[in-house]
Design a protein around this ligand. Sequence first.
Ligand SMILES: [Zn+2]
Length: 410
Amino acid sequence: MRKAVMAVILLGIAFLIIRTNLIITDKPEQSPCPDKDYREICGTITRGETLFDIFKRYSLDIKELFYLKEASANIHKLRELYPGRPYKIIVDENNKINSFTYWINEDSILNIKRNESGFCAEKKDVEYERRIKHIGGTIKDNLILSMGEGKENLMLALQLSDIFAWDIDFTTDLRNGDTFKIVVEGFYLDGEFKKYGEILSAEFLNNGEIYYAYRFEYDGKVDYYDAEGKLLKKAFLKAPLNFRRISSGFTGKRLHPILKIYRPHHGLDYAAPSGAPVSAIGDGTVTFAGYKGQYGKLVVIKHPNNYKTYYGHLSKIEKGITKGIKVTQGQIIGYVGTTGLSTGPHLHYEIRINNKAVNPLAVKMTRGTSIPKPLIARFIRLKSEMNAQLALIIPPVFAFAGENKNSRLQ
Ligand SMILES: [Zn+2]
C-alpha cells in the first residue's frame, strides 16, 4: 500500500518536472516521459546553438535531422534557430525521433511528427488563454520604473505613453504620486502569464488632471477615445520628443531618461541626450531644413491654420527631410544636438501662429472626431463596463517628501 502511494507521489513529481521544463528550462535537460516508451528532450536554444549540436549532445541520428529539415523546408527553415526559443524533442526507446516541436516566435509553433512515410510538418498558432488584467501604479521617478521590471512591463509602459501622447509628455509632465490604472488583455499559456495584448481602457492622473482612454472599434477602425467619446488624437502631439522613441535607444538603467524642460525665451528647450530622435509634432510641409545662424541645424514645418513649428540645434537632420517635403505626425525629422548658439545638447522648440511665437505649453489643441451618434449608445455601454473595472484598481500609495515642486525647471 505504502509503495503504491510512493509511486503516485514520484510520478507526480516527475510530471511536475516535465511541466516545469516545458516552460522555463534554460539548459536542455532530459526528463522521463509519463509515457514509458518515450523520452522527452526539452530546452531553450542558446546563442549560436544549432540543431546539429543538440542532436550530437543527445546521440540522436543525424540522418533524421536531415529528414526533419526536409519535411519543414516549405513551412519554416530549420537552418536558423533563435536564442531563447524553446524546443521539445520526443524520442522512442530506440532513440528515433517521434516528434520535434520548436517555438518559431511568441505566436506560432513548428510541429514535426513522424508518420508512416517519414515526417510531416505543420505550423500552429500558439493557443493563448486571454484574460483581462487590472494594473494599477503610482509614478515613482518615471513611467517605466513605475510599471515594473521585464520586457512585457516596458512594452505596456510604451503602449500607455502612445495612447496619451497628445495629452501628456511622459518625459517632462510626470510627477511623483501620479497614478495610472490599466485594463489590459493578458495572454496565458498553461496558466502562466506570457504577454500583454491591447490596453482596453486606462485612466491617468497627471498633476491633478485626470485622463481617460477607451479602446473602441467601428467601421473596422480601432482607436482610443476620451470619456466624451472624442478621439484622443489631436493635430499636435504634446511634445516633439516622443517617449517611445527616446526610451528605445537606452538600455538597462539608462532606459529611462528624464528630460528637463526650460523656458528661457519664446520657445521651449528640452535638455535631452545628443542623438535623441526628434519627431514632427503634427502633419505638415517642411519649409526649411538646413543651417540657420543661432538655431544651428534647423527644421521648420508649416501646419494647417498658419501654425509653424521650429526644431533647432539639431546634430543631424533626418535623410530626406528637405524643403517642400510633406511630413506626418510623429515622423522623425532630426536628432538632438548642440549646433548653433547652444551650450549643451538640447532641442530648441518653437510654435508660431501667424509668424508670432507663442508659448507651446499654452497652445491647446481641440480633439478630433467624435464617435458617430448612432454608435454612442454602444460606446456608453463599453465605457460604463470599463469604468466598473477601472474602479476595482487601487494604485499603491507612497509617501513623497514634497520634491514635486522642483521637478520641472522653468
Ligand atoms: Zn532655445
